[in-house]
Design a protein around this ligand. Structure first.
Ligand code: GLN
Length: 499
């Protein structure tokens, strides 16, 4: 676990699991009778999939990138893992992440930081200001633009090719599901499971140039996903295309008796048609989504995407989500309160790492938790316990819940006014440099990064990020579609058109 990270290592995986998974997958195939086996074509037969290290995998270490769980081997599979295996997928590995999914960079892990694969490719670096001519992907000129985004060497424009590897500094992968995004972006697997509490699937997907889906809350079971914030957590799906992400969603969605928060209405499987029209679509552009720190390139990409919809006959209008500005504060109160409560189980007696002290039970708790958690986790536990003190409960926790309701109502109001979907940036910029990301401390950057992704979790609605452009330094820029509650399919259909 504490191996050193070589300069060139992407460090996307914590545990290589393919041999074990193959055994499990053949056991699950054997469970089917001969008749079933000949009749049933499994949807993911032999397809490699990676799973974030906060999903329980039977017999396979599940560390949450924390010392607290570094020796934890779960006796059961998370529902999503079991569903993947049952459909024939080969789980090739557990992926690296920020400890307990707290972070935006995948740099806070006992396994060492994850690195963005775009550090190690020859990138096109343009020196003019008109960085994006022809770079925004569009449903109109689909094929060519897809190549511009996904094929690193496919340009004829007068730009310089540079080996962007920088030995002293490097671009982060994003987080907290950075390992999963890197696993997909670097081509090691068809798709990967992330988790998304405030943006942890969408942020690294945008930074690494892949599709990142946060489904409607309750559509995919959280059973066996080690919780960060139960009321916001959803399993996330990462893949190279919208079709691939949809295929995985079809396998994973549905009510689970082990998770009482899953939706009870039966999930209708779907395939997205090839001929999609956006003529009658009403796209909303939230005016509050111009947060300080958003790069000009992100804003320009967003504008160009809106123009593409406009030209294709969709109605594109500005809309208002007035409570967006409170989202970060609200998230941090709710998150830390649930963290304080969730983490109470790790006392070194019932769960987690046990320190070797034998002075007293209290000493043992304290030492185990001190050795087990990093300072980000400990900081959130402290803050959460403070907000939950009797004298503060009403002023912080209850107030934050009220604000959450307002943020959620903003989306309802906009969708009730006839808007079908929202188009927004996913992140403030392209993948930042590690030196910038860690300039103050990890917490400062983490707090400001999720501004475009967190409100969606508060509302429980679906969102998907797509690679939409390359920045002037040749790094991917993502855009986000936000859909209506339970309208994941409709959202993915529009995303496919845009892809
Ligand atoms: N960056 C946010 C946090 O640190 C969100 C994390 C997540 O979505 N898992 O809490």
């Amino acid at each position: 676990i504490e191996r050193s990270v070589k300069t060139k290592e992407l460090n996307a995986f914590t545990t290589n699991t393919h041999q074990l998974a193959r055994k499990q997958s053949s056991t699950s195939a054997n469970r089917l009778s001969n008749r079933e086996r000949t009749q049933k074509i499994r949807k993911l037969e032999g397809i490699p999939v990676a799973v974030k290290d906060n999903f329980c995998t039977q017999g396979i270490a599940t560390t949450c990138a924390s010392n607290m769980l570094k020796n934890y081997i779960p006796p059961y599979n998370a529902t999503v893992v079991q569903k993947l295996i049952d459909e024939g997928a080969v789980i090739i590995g557990k992926t690296n992440m920020d400890e307990y999914a707290m972070g935006c960079g995948s740099i806070d892990s006992i396994h060492g930081p994850v690195r963005n694969p775009w550090n190690y490719i020859f990138r096109h670096v343009e020196h003019s200001n008109d960085y994006s001519s022809g770079y925004v992907s569009s449903g109109i000129n689909n094929q060519e633009n897809q190549l511009r985004v996904r094929n690193f060497h496919s340009s004829s424009s007068p730009i310089e090719e540079q080996n962007c590897e920088n030995v002293d500094d490097w671009h982060v992968a994003g987080g907290s599901s950075g390992g999963s995004a890197v696993a997909v972006a670097s081509g090691t697997c068809f798709g990967a499971m992330g988790s998304d509490t405030g943006g942890s699937t969408r942020n690294p997907s945008a930074y690494c140039g892949v599709v990142g889906l946060k489904p409607t809350y309750g559509l995919v079971s959280r059973h066996g996903l080690i919780p960060l914030v139960n009321s916001l957590d959803v399993p996330g799906i990462m893949a190279k295309t919208v079709d691939d992400a949809s295929l995985l969603l079809n396998v994973l969605a549905g009510h689970d008796t082990h998770d009482s928060t899953t939706l009870t209405d039966p999930f209708q499987e779907f395939t997205i048609p090839e001929d999609i029209s956006v003529k009658d679509l009403h796209i909303g552009i939230p005016k509050e989504y111009h947060a300080p720190g958003t790069s000009k390139e992100v804003i320009d990409t967003w504008q160009k995407a809106a123009d593409i919809f406009d030209k294709a006959g969709a109605k594109v209008t500005e809309v208002s989500l007035p409570h967006t500005q409170f989202s970060i504060f609200c998230y941090y109160v709710l998150c830390t309160c649930e963290v304080a409560s969730n983490m109470a189980r790790y006392d070194g007696i019932e769960f987690g790492h046990r320190a070797s002290t034998n002075i007293s039970t209290e000493e043992l708790y304290a030492a185990s938790r001190h050795e087990g958690f990093n300072d980000v986790v400990r900081g959130r536990i402290l803050a959460g316990n403070y907000f939950l003190l009797k004298k503060n409960y009403e002023n912080y926790f209850i107030k934050a819940q009220r604000v959450r309701r307002l943020i959620s109502e903003d989306f309802k109001t906009v969708f009730n006014s006839g808007v079908d979907m929202l188009l927004t940036p996913t992140t403030l910029s392209e993948a930042p440099l590690h030196s910038w990301f860690t300039e103050f401390d990890n917490r400062t950057r983490t707090e400001e990064q999720d501004v475009y992704t967190q409100p969606v979790n508060m509302a429980g609605i679906p969102a998907v990020t797509l690679p939409a452009a390359l920045s002037s330094s040749g790094l991917p820029i993502g855009l986000q579609f936000i859909g209506q509650f339970k309208k994941d399919k409709e959202m993915l259909t529009v995303a496919k058109w845009f892809e």
